[in-house]
Ligand binder design. Structure first.
Ligand code: ATP
Ligand code: MG
Length: 201
C-alpha cells in the first residue's frame, strides 16, 4: 500500500512548525507524498477574519517547493461552503489508485478537537490520523484514542516530534507590532508577506 500524508490547515501563514511536522511524519512512515491542503473556509474558524485563500495557497507553495515529497492542493479552494476534511478525503480517494492509504497529520492542539469534526467516525474509517506531539503530551493523545474506542486504537497514531513553539497567531501578532519574523518561517514566505502587505492590521 502506498502511503500519502495529508497536512490540512489554515496556513495563515505557513511556518516551520507545519513543515517540520510534515517532514518528520513523512520520513518515519516512509510516505510517498505529503499533500498540503489550505482550508478555504475552515469550519472551526468561522467568523474569524482569515487571509484570502489564494495568498495562503501561494505561501504554502513557496514554503514547500524545495521538498520533492511535498505537494500543495487547491482541492478545498475549489469547493464552496465549509471545508470539511471528510469531503476532501473522499475526493482524494477518487483521484488516487486503490492501493493508497491516507494519513491525516495533525499537531497536538488539533487532535484534541477531533470529537467536534464533521462525520468524524466515518472519516476515521477512510483515513488514519497521526498526531505529532512532543513527549509530554502522551496522555492527551491516549484520551482521544480512548474516546473513539477500538476505532481510535486502530486508526489514531502518535509520533513524538520535537514540537516547535511557533504558531501562525504569534507570527501575525509579530507582524502587526513590527517585530521580526526571521527564522520561524521560510524566507520566501516572509518576502511574499512583505510584498503583498499582509498582516499589517
Ligand atoms: P493559528 O495560530 O492561526 O491557529 P497554527 O499555527 O495553529 O495557526 P494551523 O494552520 O491552525 O496553524 O494548523 C494546521 C495544523 O498544523 C494543525 O494540525 C496544527 O496542530 C499543526 N501545527 C500548528 N503549529 C504547529 C507547530 N508549531 N508544531 C506542530 N504542528 C503544528
Ligand atoms: Mg491552529
Amino acid at each position: 500500500m502506498k502511503k500519502i500524508g495529508i497536512m490540512g490547515g489554515t496556513f495563515d501563514p505557513i511556518h516551520y512548525g507545519h513543515l517540520m511536522t510534515a517532514e518528520a511524519v513523512r520520513d518515519e512512515y516512509k510516505m510517498e507524498q505529503v499533500i498540503f491542503i489550505p482550508a478555504a473556509n475552515p469550519p472551526h474558524k468561522a467568523g474569524l477574519t482569515i487571509t484570502p485563500a489564494i495568498h495562503r495557497f501561494n505561501m504554502t507553495l513557496l514554503a514547500t517547493c524545495s521538498n520533492p515529497y511535498f505537494k500543495v492542493s487547491d482541492i478545498e479552494m475549489r469547493r464552496k461552503g465549509p471545508s470539511y476534511t471528510i469531503d476532501t478525503v473522499y475526493e482524494l480517494i477518487k483521484a488516487y489508485e486503490n492501493d493508497t492509504e491516507f494519513y491525516f497529520i495533525t499537531g497536538a492542539d488539533a487532535v484534541q478537537e477531533l470529537p467536534t469534526w464533521d462525520r468524524i467516525e466515518e472519516l476515521l474509517n477512510i483515513c488514519q490520523f497521526i498526531a505529532a506531539t512532543r513527549q509530554g503530551c502522551i496522555p492527551d493523545v491516549d484520551a482521544i484514542k480512548k474516546h473513539f474506542g477500538t476505532l481510535g486504537e486502530k486508526r489514531i497514531h502518535r509520533l513524538a516530534t520535537p514540537e516547535l513553539e511557533i504558531s501562525s497567531t504569534d507570527i501575525r501578532n509579530r507582524l502587526k507590532k513590527g517585530y521580526s519574523i526571521k527564522y520561524i518561517l521560510p524566507e520566501a514566505v516572509e518576502q511574499y508577506i512583505r510584498k503583498e502587505h499582509l498582516y499589517l492590521t
